[in-house]
Design a protein around this ligand. Structure first.
Ligand SMILES: Cc1cc2nc3c(=O)[nH]c(=O)nc-3n(C[C@H](O)[C@H](O)[C@H](O)COP(=O)(O)O)c2cc1C
Ligand code: SF4
Ligand code: SF4
Length: 264
């Protein structure tokens, strides 16, 4: 059965996961930003995988917009894989409800622990710790592939109910509507060399260059690609990020991240 794996990523974890699962199940992998500009999305594949990072214990807004645009969701076998840095909450449960509201059904949802990339709270974890997480994923990808290849149903890897209720049920709902404007906290410091990479890696064209320096337009996904991929570490968020180690998945490079915007 033909399967399309759609992914969203800021720093490459979800790209690596999407690539690996697509390879295991012999599917295609397609970036969500490359199709999000279409009015309606019609998918020919019989099965769809959706891979994305957990943001604020919930689902990135672009993933919700993507699902709402799929015309023929009700005909598909749908599975999801969320990547997260430590506390996934019930992102899978939130996704399931979005899919149901659009007439579809989430058949299986998996979570994959990856290095965190939320620099306002922490820097990149040590390389050895990162490697352990990647090794775990190398094992888990085979298990997930066996499950979804045969269109199995029912597995949903959510967190415990109370945590879900507090973080995903209350906090995510409050934060989500403010996400587009959270870019007010980004700024570039004196290290900026005007290379323009931040503008190119933004999946939603939310950065314009004014006098060759980045300026954020208030329509942000909070993917942190701009901050993480700036070669000079010149992009900051709030007050505490300048000394924190940046992160991206070791197998992802800037051209993968730029390409994901157009998928060429
Ligand atoms: C704005 C933002 C919010 C995040 N919120 C969470 C969270 O609630 N729980 C969690 O475990 N990780 C959280 N993370 C970490 C990412 O989910 C994790 O690092 C993910 O694998 C990044 O995927 P990517 O490399 O494909 O962008 C957050 C990251 C960002 C940038
Ligand atoms: S990527 Fe960094 S150095 Fe390049 S223009 Fe943007 S802020 Fe400046
Ligand atoms: S402005 Fe930065 S954080 Fe916001 S969507 Fe663009 S790249 Fe991601």
């Amino acid at each position: 059965m033909k399967t399309d794996v759609y992914y969203f990523t800021g720093t490459g974890n979800s790209l690596a996961v999407a690539k690996d699962i697509a390879k295991e199940i012999k599917g295609e992998f397609i970036s969500i930003p490359s199709v999000i500009g279409e009015n309606n999305i019609r998918i020919d594949a019989k099965a769809i995988g959706i891979v994305f990072p957990v943001y604020m214990w919930g689902v990135p807004l672009i993933v919700e917009r993507f699902i709402k645009k799929i015309e023929n969701l009700n005909e598909k076998y749908i599975f999801a894989i969320v990547t997260y840095g430590g506390m996934p909450g019930s992102a899978i449960n939130i996704l399931e409800k979005i899919i149901e509201r659009c007439g579809g059904k989430l058949s299986a949802g998996f979570k994959v622990h990856m290095p965190g990339n939320y620099t306002p709270m922490y820097g990149a974890i040590a390389k050895e710790k990162q490697q352990k997480l990647f090794d775990n994923w190398d094992k888990k990808v085979k298990i997930i592939a066996e499950y979804v290849k045969f269109n199995k149903q029912g597995k949903k890897e959510n967190n415990n109910m109370l945590i879900n209720f507090i973080f995903s049920g209350i906090i995510y709902k409050i934060l989500a509507k403010n996400i587009p404007k959270m870019d007010k906290q980004f700024w570039s410091d004196e290290k900026c060399n005007e290379c323009g990479i931040c503008q190119k890696v933004c999946p939603v064209n939310n950065i314009e260059m004014i006098d060759s320096k980045p300026s954020w337009k208030g329509n942000c996904e909070q993917c942190f690609a701009c901050l993480q991929w700036c070669p000079e570490k010149a992009i900051q968020y709030g007050k505490n990020t300048s000394t924190r180690e940046r992160y991206h998945h070791p197998n992802a490079n800037i051209s993968d991240i730029i390409k994901r915007v157009r998928n060429d």
